[in-house]
Design a protein around this ligand. Sequence first.
Ligand code: PEP
Length: 273
Amino acid sequence: LSPQRWLVGVLHLFYGIIARRPVVGGNWKCNPDSMSKLDGLIANINDCDTSQCDVYFCPSPLHVAYCSDKTTNGAKCTPQNCNFTGCGAYTGEMAVEQMKDLGLSQVLIGHSERRGEFGIFPMDDNNSLATKLKYIQDAGMSCVYCIGEPLSIREKGLEAVLAEMHVQLTPIYSLLDPSSVVIAYEPVWAIGTGVTATPEDAQATHKGIRDLIAKHASAETAEAIRIQYGGSANAANAPDLSAQPDIDGFLVGGASLKPEFKEIVAAISKAKA
Ligand code: PEP
């Protein structure tokens, strides 16, 4: 039992529900097309009020080193992927050891664009991602771990969605330490499409994921772990989504490249204050 986990257990015992600090991330994906645009994007991140919300941003691999020490408000530069082998003969890969050397403490894994939605081949699956998560934790880093269902499963209803979430979570239930893992629930059909899950649908899925974690990890873990929503989140829909009790933040793609990103951070900060 890690000291953080022990503390969460004790707090849970004495005070009941623990408030979860909101967390918002910006996924820049394979953007921008020129380093000359990075300072502008970093300014959007530095404009965020982080007094009541954790903020992170995910630059493309080529831009991570440049961005690694540029924030002024504690926002964490968070690479979009890592390997599970460390440094060595792994062409095209990025190692957590290299990230730590840059002063980074967090990495994102499991984005649907790396689970096959990218269209080339599945670069990650549930088992390789669990291996990566263990490697990240053993290296003393924290992780944003993405899960989510494709449209074909959503069309079958909530039960089918949660069955798929159980499949994706099964290899990592035992690794779900709220002090080192944030879950980003991102329905694949909502990513980059402009179609956002309704607040009610998103809440129902987040609650279902939390219930799965309570059943297969522990009630304390489920209560403390933060679950972000991702999928066409923006300044306009963030207030209603933020009002949902099991939505603890956002993973934002397109809108993280715009000045409105700070409004998303403000919306969830206000809703959870
Ligand atoms: C994402 O890339 O994780 C994402 C949610 O993208 P968008 O906000 O553009 O849908």
